[in-house]
Design a protein around this ligand. Structure first.
Ligand code: AMP
Ligand code: MG
Length: 402
């Protein structure tokens, strides 16, 4: 069987995510929506700033009085601090004004206080040539009334919340988190905190997956451990399908005799994609069971991390209408040689050292310690050899977890 190229698999995943109906929406206060995805476009009902204001602590004047100001100086007719409503500015005078205070009607120019001198009569002398409009922040400079602030599908960041607040909106409509069932398959699995029996290992994938989902702000349905048994597999999938938007599994999708998950999805569900040209992660599976999408991850712990970040994350974000799902990718000089070209895109656990990307220890798909030593993944495309100094795509974990 041919392996599907990663780009094609991703395309397929994104298309199938777009075809699902999005989650319900809810309207929440601004302080509760960080990381949530905007469900409706946001318009501004007002100009920001709402009026012309001073960008400096200084003196506001009429442009028409600039010539006089430069020669004889101007008397101060009012003092305007932020939060005040000023009087119109009398011709032939200036106003003491502070940063963020509204410009008085008539005034259109501000000189900063460092550039003026006051004489004993209290006249302000402007020591530099003034330019009409200088140091004034015009009404609507940041946002125009009626303009679109954000389109739907934006994953809200702190600065976005600030911008929404600046137009006076206290609530926004966002998608509810996806309900995601996490199921670990394998007779050998034991939860941490218990004793290991013969042949058993601790369930680590569950924690990697729940952590990834929590970072993405989604709702986890913890489905525990599933034994390697076809009947149990079918029953468990059936019960999860009714209450999850997506089922994410680990293990059981290879070609071994105890890989009942793949078998069950094939025989009782709909298997749409299996076996990708990615290392680690070849057995990655996309299927549907009783109407619910199932993303079947391999069992090996490093493969779980890699396939979640590269395939599951963009799928889930697209389910929420997020358009920009590609992770941040840096081009970094390789600090190592790679002499054997592979037939799969290889994602190696790596970190940056002195401007180079170096490998973070053992790259076996069963080894997780190198993932903890790494700060991201470096990609070696299939069919490629690499010499030290050549550039490679490096994906920092920071860009992969949000
Ligand atoms: P499988 O794809 O089910 O054959 O699993 C591949 C490898 O991953 C085996 O060595 C499993 O023991 C291991 N594995 C599967 N699930 C987990 C898990 N939840 N935590 C840690 N290792 C696992
Ligand atoms: Mg297994």
């Amino acid at each position: 069987m041919n392996l599907m190229p990663v780009a094609q698999a991703l395309d397929h995943l994104l298309t199938s995510a777009s075809a699902e109906s999005p989650p319900d929406t809810e309207t929440l206060r601004l302080e509760a929506v960080l990381g949530r995805v905007l469900a409706k476009p946001l318009h501004s009902a007002q100009d920001v700033p709402p009026w012309d204001n001073s960008a400096m602590d200084g003196y506001a004047l009429h442009a028409a009085d600039i010539a006089a100001a430069n020669q004889t100086g101007l008397p101060v007719s009012q003092r305007i601090t932020a939060g005040m409503a000023p009087q119109p500015l009398a011709r032939g005078t200036c106003a003491r004004i502070f940063t963020g205070a509204p410009m008085p009607r008539g005034a259109d120019t501000v000189e900063m206080q460092e550039n003026v001198t006051l004489d004993p009569q209290g006249l302000v002398h402007f020591t530099r040539i003034l330019k009409q409009g200088q140091n004034v922040r015009p009404q609507g400079q940041d946002i125009r009334k009626g303009s679109i602030l954000f389109k739907p599908g934006l994953k809200l960041r702190p600065q976005d919340l600030g911008l929404i607040a600046s137009v006076g909106l206290a609530t926004v409509e966002v998608y509810k988190p996806l309900r995601i069932a996490v199921l670990s398959t394998g007779d050998e699995l034991v939860e941490p905190g218990h004793e290991l029996g013969p042949g058993q290992i601790f369930n680590s994938n569950r924690y990697t997956l729940i952590g990834c989902l929590q970072r993405l702000g989604q709702q986890v349905i913890d489905a525990g451990i599933l034994e390697d048994d076809p009947e149990a597999t079918r029953k468990r999938l059936q019960s999860l399908a009714g209450r999850a938007d997506v089922i994410i599994t680990s293990g059981g999708v290879s070609v071994g005799e105890a890989d009942f998950l793949g078998e069950t999805l094939r025989d009782h569900g709909e298997l749409t994609m299996w076996k990708l040209a990615i290392k680690p992660g070849k057995p990655f599976t996309l299927a549907r069971f009783a109407g619910t999408p199932v993303l079947g991850l391999p069992g090996n712990p490093a493969a779980v991390l890699v396939t979640f970040l590269l395939l599951v994350r963009p799928y889930l974000l697209r389910r929420l209408g997020v358009q920009e799902v590609n992770p941040v990718m840096l081009q970094v000089a390789s600090g190592f040689d790679w002499i054997r070209a592979g037939n799969r895109d290889e994602y190696l656990r790596a970190r940056l050292e002195e401007g180079h990307v170096v490998l973070a220890g053992n790259q076996s798909s069963g080894v997780l310690s190198s993932a903890s030593e790494a700060s991201g993944l470096v990609c070696i495309p299939s069919g490629t050899v690499v010499s030290k100094g050549e550039t490679l795509p490096f994906l920092p974990f920071e860009g992969l977890f949000d």
